[in-house]
Design a protein around this ligand. Structure first.
Ligand code: NAD
Ligand code: ZN
Ligand code: ZN
Length: 385
């Protein structure tokens, strides 16, 4: 089958790889109808992770069940399904408590709990930017979708960015009526803004410098803040009568940069500590890594990010962080889509064939104007042999 393979910094190729197949009794194989390129993939693409060459990428996957193993009872061949990016066993202590993003069983990597498809340090699993994908523990992991092709661009956000944005808002402790500042207007930040509005925020600010992305924030009912036009903290303080906001969401990650493009991994954390009121909360879903070969400082190479912890303590804020447990939210978010209340698919800017993935990666990575969210459609393909 054809798949998108990581070949080294800023190099991906669409290559023939062995077909995905049932390897364990609880596996299913999915024929991918839509698979997305994620901002998280760009950390690997840019050579800023320890991902190995030859890895099949892609953790935002949906499609049709092609084959199931003998231990699969609930999921049936022909079902239309969303695949959460987390690979979880369903029965370990963390899975039992709803923390499928920290499954104790599925990732053999020393010191890392939680597994994912096609991702650095997240276990030996191939990604779904391919014609077919192997899904372990299929009965537990797969979310069923209405048959047909309706809402494809909305449902494809259920694998990662919509639940992740929602999780960022949850971690911030937001309650109805709160004001919220979201940093980053990439897909995750935009989904956090959508979530905050759906959950009843009284005002939502979204900070970025990309005009096209800020315009999308406006479509979700948020107030855009352009950090290239001045300090975003000052802009939000002015807009809130000096109060700041009740809650903040970090949707940028360790490659945060200033308006000149220079990277400062602590910049957004500092901004959030400043702009969130005392006793307020911060949800960090932007990714930070324990090893960053491309970091500017020795500390940052080992994931040591010096942010303004003193003020964080003085203000008595709380912070939650980590990979999102997609299963905790995806069923309800699917139903908000079906009910017409959630429209995550409006962030989609490009729909490409699998063969165009090389171009898709390059242009999304360059944050080219208008390249907000790229979907790949591997298309109808022959069943795996
Ligand atoms: N926790 C999780 O489960 C999870 C899941 C998916 C993605 N992520 C992470 O979330 C982050 C965002 O993902 P994405 O797909 O939206 O990525 P993206 O790269 O498309 O978006 C990041 C945005 O941040 C903006 N930005 C950069 N510096 C900034 C600053 N100083 N202030 C405000 N905005 C700034 C960029 O212009 C860009 O638009 C990434 O780190 C990604 O790895 C985490
Ligand atoms: Zn993703
Ligand atoms: Zn588990």
């Amino acid at each position: 089958m054809k798949a998108v393979v990581y070949q080294g910094p800023r190099t991906v190729e669409v290559k023939d790889v062995p077909d995905a197949r049932v390897e364990q009794p609880n596996d299913a194989v999915i024929r991918i109808t839509t698979t997305n390129i994620c901002g998280s993939d760009l950390h690997m693409y840019e050579g800023r992770t320890a991902v190995e060459e030859g890895k099949v990428l892609g953790h935002e996957n949906m499609g049709i069940v092609e084959e199931v193993g003998p231990g699969v009872e609930r999921v049936k061949v022909g079902d239309r399904v969303s695949v959460p990016f987390n690979i979880a066993c369903g029965s370990c202590r963390n899975c039992e408590h709803g923390w499928t993003s920290f499954c104790l069983r599925t990732n053999p990597t020393e010191g890392v709990d939680g597994a994912a498809y096609g991702y650095a340090n997240m276990g030996p699993y191939d990604g779904g930017q391919a014609e077919f994908l192997r899904v372990p523990h299929a009965d537990f992991n797969l979310l069923e979708l209405p048959q047909g092709t309706e809402h494809e661009n909305d449902f494809t956000m259920l694998s990662d960015v919509f639940p992740t944005g929602w999780h960022g808002v949850e971690l911030s402790g937001m309650a109805p009526g709160d004001t919220v500042a979201v940093f980053g207007a990439g897909p995750v930040g935009l989904m956090a803004a959508h979530a905050a509005v759906l959950k009843g925020a009284s005002q939502v600010f979204v900070v970025d410098e990309e005009a096209d992305r800020l315009a999308l924030a406006g479509r979700f009912g948020a107030t855009p803040v352009d950090f290239s036009a001045g300090d975003p903290v000052q802009q939000i303080l002015e807009a809130t009568g000096g109060q700041g906001v009740d809650r903040g969401v970090e949707a940028v990650g360790y490659q945060a940069h200033d308006h000149t493009g220079e990277e400062h991994p602590e910049l957004v954390l500092d901004n959030l500590v400043q702009v969130v009121r005392s006793a307020g909360g911060i949800g960090v879903v932007g990714v930070y890594v324990p090893q960053d070969p491309g970091a500017a400082t020795e500390g940052a190479k080992e994931g040591r990010i010096g942010f303004d912890y003193g003020t964080f303590f003085t203000k008595g804020q709380q912070m939650g962080t980590g990979q999102a447990p997609v299963k905790r939210y995806n069923r309800q978010l699917r139903d908000l889509v079906v009910a017409g209340r959630a429209t995550p698919g409006i962030i989609v800017s490009h729909e490409l064939g699998l063969e165009q993935a090389v171009e898709g990666y390059a242009r999304f990575d360059a944050r080219e104007d208008g390249w907000t969210k790229v979907l790949l459609h591997p298309g109808a393909a022959a069943a795996p042999a």
